[in-house]
Write a protein that binds this ligand. Structure first.
Ligand SMILES: Nc1ncnc2c1ncn2[C@@H]1O[C@H](COP(=O)(O)OP(=O)(O)OP(=O)(O)O)[C@@H](O)[C@H]1O
Ligand SMILES: [Mg+2]
Length: 300
């Protein structure tokens, strides 16, 4: 049996005049999980997150966080939630240290140890003025403030925007550690590969409606990855006849295929010939929709 959800969204709708922000959204996020909230631009991710934190007035539905009402108990919820907004910004003239200390004191805390540890981990120079920082470094300030008060729930709106690949990896490590420490994380993204790498479950939203909620492991199993191999010579098609390999296309020395299972066996078979080049790619969000959810249906 699952524990009580940390976030419990029921029938949530938000209309901006005639424009649908989100409609009829039901979603639960459980303690100790990293839930990815995936969708293309304009899908309704930010709207959902802002409605959860009572930063906008919802049109319909109910949101409970820690069992508390998102509107009535919004102050208590904010106290217990770390939040990185999608458009994080701060006063340009202030030093990073000043900003972070101020925000920490706003949470009623004075212990700076986690703040300092995070800044060091993320390689953030706290003595510079916010306005002097590059986009990625500004994003790190947002990240430090989201985690530094050590709250039980962390909500992140497109957290890796502007981060280089190395920094993204550091951030994923941080998320995994926070999960180990029992934190619950709800993060939006428009990159399937990122969600696949770090999340336990994913909710996919499009045009304001929830399309599917799925375990990452079953999503991976269903989708597979695209394997592209360049051999030094023509290749025997027989070696790709393996359970879990489909859509094999051979064009001269180049072979592409979809691998859903038995990657190990695939690698063993292909390595009997000389390989010049090879890549294993996660599908893009567009391809995911085209392949599995093109009818706009519920997926599973
Ligand atoms: N203040 C607003 N006024 C009118 N329409 C809005 C407003 N904010 C959002 N919308 C509309 O609501 C829909 C959902 O927007 P939202 O910002 O939630 O999407 P998103 O999934 O966060 O997109 P992105 O990936 O670009 O951040 C879009 O059609 C958007 O144009
Ligand atoms: Mg957004």
């Amino acid at each position: 049996m699952r524990k009580k959800p940390v976030i419990d969204i029921r029938g949530l709708s938000k209309y901006y005049g005639d424009v649908v922000g989100i409609e009829g959204l039901d979603l639960k996020v459980y303690p100790g999980e990293i839930m990815g909230f995936l969708g293309p631009n304009g899908a309704g991710k930010t709207t959902t997150i802002r409605a959860c934190l009572d930063l906008l007035q919802k049109s319909k539905g109910e949101v409970k966080i820690f069992g508390l009402d998102s509107h009535e108990d919004s102050l208590e919820i904010r106290r217990r939630t770390g939040y990185l907004p999608g458009d994080f910004g701060m006063y340009n003239d202030l030093k990073v240290k000043t900003i972070l200390r101020y925000l920490l004191s706003q949470s009623g805390l004075s212990d700076e140890s986690k703040m300092l540890e995070l800044a060091e981990r993320l390689d953030l120079d706290m003595d510079r003025r916010y306005g002097e920082l590059s986009k990625g470094n500004r994003q790190k300030v947002g990240m430090v403030q989201a985690f530094m008060a050590d709250q039980d729930l962390i909500i992140l709106d497109e957290p890796t925007t502007g981060l280089d690949p190395l920094m993204q990896q550091k951030f994923y490590d941080l998320l995994r550690e926070e999960r180990e420490n029992g934190k619950t994380i709800f993060m939006s993204s428009h990159i399937l590969a990122e969600v696949e790498e770090v999340c336990d479950r994913v909710a996919i939203i499009r045009k304001g409606r929830l399309q599917v909620v799925e375990d990452i492991s079953s999503l991976k199993e269903k989708m597979g990855k695209k394997l592209v191999v360049e051999f030094d010579d023509g290749v025997d098609p027989e070696i790709f006849k393996i359970d879990g390999v489909k859509d094999v296309k051979i064009e001269g020395r180049w072979v592409t295929m979809i691998v859903t299972r038995n990657l190990d066996q695939v690698i063993k078979n292909i390595s009997k010939q000389n390989i010049i080049n090879m890549s294993l790619e996660t599908f893009s969000l567009d391809q995911l929709f085209l392949t599995y959810y093109s009818s706009g249906g519920s997926g599973t």
